[in-house]
Design a protein around this ligand. Structure first.
Ligand SMILES: Cc1ncc(COP(=O)(O)O)c(C=O)c1O
Length: 434
């Protein structure tokens, strides 16, 4: 391995800004850096370590697979890839009967889903809500629901028709959920009529907008959206890249909201402890297209598929989803209690372990600087969180591995309390920061 690389050397060769710590080990919800410092990973790596770091059963399945076959080209079937596809169809909403396993990441799975919808409908437009995160390839960048992600690039792709999201805490239409008449769905008609090419293929939506700030649409939203899509022959695609496999306390967010999309994309958590694999699930009517139209060298990777088979087995065990709901409820209850004393915690939202804490100024405005200060204070207490909108938003994202235990949930909540007390003591005006 040669001499270790110093921080200065690493910074000199990386083309982007590196993080400070060197992680050397992970186990469950914890990881450690090379100085022995321990972190509670409340963002599950990059929201992908659904079963935490190095889940022993997943690692054993991967090790066993390395003894047999590490990689097979997608021209071949393998035991693990066959099983993943069968299991995904078994677990997902009943109308999703087909799987495309030829991508290894979320961005390319979303692009594949869009291509399938375009191919199937013969139309081209894509509707994406404000703040939606589609991915980081050039096409996905054009589809993302935030101008900041598009601004540096001369994006030439068609892009998306962006529509207001169902963000009730800061409603675009200045309504409240009980009186709004679901304007955020109804007005999509106008976007189709006036802002699209007139040929809309699909709506691509995260059931809970993750990067956008853990935005949870109100009851009835997805029923209305599905009805609108059906009326216009538009394919409704759920991007469940963050929400699938128990994150919401149900197997899929589609189950949590009780609405069946026409397609679904999954990635991140599919392999439990961090191997790359993604899948697109479709209805029967979208089966049978030419596989060369969308596929990548490492799509359907054999080792990742072995990890996925074990992961899917684990999350289907009795009690698994109940634990997610129970520990999520502990966190929400404890954070809600903290809000009574710290009104800077303006909104605490999300089901299961898909949680967001929105920081607000005394006048109710967004407080992104306070969110950044809070994240730093949590980090200093060994709690890893992220801030929405790629660090520039005002929502703390709290999405620990689904194997979190009740005592661990209490430790996390205690540290949230410590961090808030510290900020109040150390910088009394921190919650008024713009
Ligand atoms: C909801 C959502 N969709 C798509 C993506 C893109 O996935 P990937 O980074 O694997 O390409 C992400 C990644 O953060 C995501 O959170």
């Amino acid at each position: 391995m040669g001499e270790p690389v110093s921080a200065t050397q690493a910074a000199q060769v990386a083309q982007y800004q590196l993080g400070d710590a060197v992680l050397v080990r992970g186990e469950g919800i914890r990881s450690w850096d090379d100085t022995g410092r321990e972190y509670l990973d409340c963002v599950s790596g990059t929201f992908n370590l659904l079963l935490g770091h190095n889940h022993p059963e997943v690692m054993a399945a991967v090790r066993a697979q390395t003894e047999e076959l590490t990689f097979a080209s997608s021209s071949f079937r393998t035991g693990p890839t066959d099983r993943v596809m069968r299991d995904l169809v078994e677990m997902s909403p009943a109308n999703l009967t087909r799987v495309n396993l030829r991508s290894s990441g979320g961005s390319t799975a979303n692009e594949g889903a869009i291509k399938i919808a375009q191919h199937h409908t013969g139309r081209r437009d894509v509707i994406v809500p404000f703040r939606g995160h589609v991915g980081q390839t050039i096409a996905a960048t054009a589809f993302n629901g935030s101008a900041r992600m598009r601004e540096p690039f001369p994006v030439h792709g068609a892009g998306a028709v962006h529509v207001p999201d169902a963000y009730c805490f800061r409603c675009f239409y200045r309504q409240t959920p009980d009186t709004c008449g679901m304007l955020c769905v109804e007005r999509i008609e106008d976007f189709i009529t006036y802002a699209s090419s007139g040929r809309v293929a699909c709506v691509l939506i995260e059931p809970i907008s993750g990067m956008g700030g853990n935005i949870v649409p109100p009851a009835g939203y997805f029923e209305a959206l599905r009805a609108l899509c059906d009326e216009h022959g538009i394919v409704l695609i759920f991007d469940e890249i963050q929400t699938a496999f128990g994150r919401t306390g149900e197997m899929f967010a589609a189950d949590y909201f009780g609405v069946r999309p026409h397609m679904m994309t999954v990635a991140k958590g599919l392999t439990g402890s961090g191997l790359p694999l993604a899948a697109i699930l479709t209805e029967e009517r979208m089966a049978g297209w030419d596989r060369s139209l969308h596929g990548f060298t490492h799509g359907g990777h054999t080792l990742a598929a072995a990890a996925a088979v074990k992961t899917l087995e684990i999350i289907r065990r009795p009690g698994f989803l109940e634990n997610v709901r129970a520990v999520g409820a502990i966190l929400v209850e404890r954070l809600t209690a903290l809000r009574a004393e710290h009104p800077v915690l303006g909104d605490i939202r999300g089901p299961g372990l898909m949680l967001g804490v929105e920081l607000v100024r005394p006048d109710g405005a967004k407080a992104p600087q306070a969110a950044a200060a809070f994240q730093r204070a949590l980090h200093a207490r060994g709690v890893l969180t992220r801030v929405s909108e790629h660090g520039l938003g005002n929502v703390i994202e709290l999405r620990p591995p689904l194997i979190l235990t009740p005592p661990e949930a209490h430790v996390i909540a205690d540290r949230f309390g410590d961090a808030l007390e510290f900020l109040r003591r150390d910088s009394p005006r921190w919650d008024a920061a713009p």
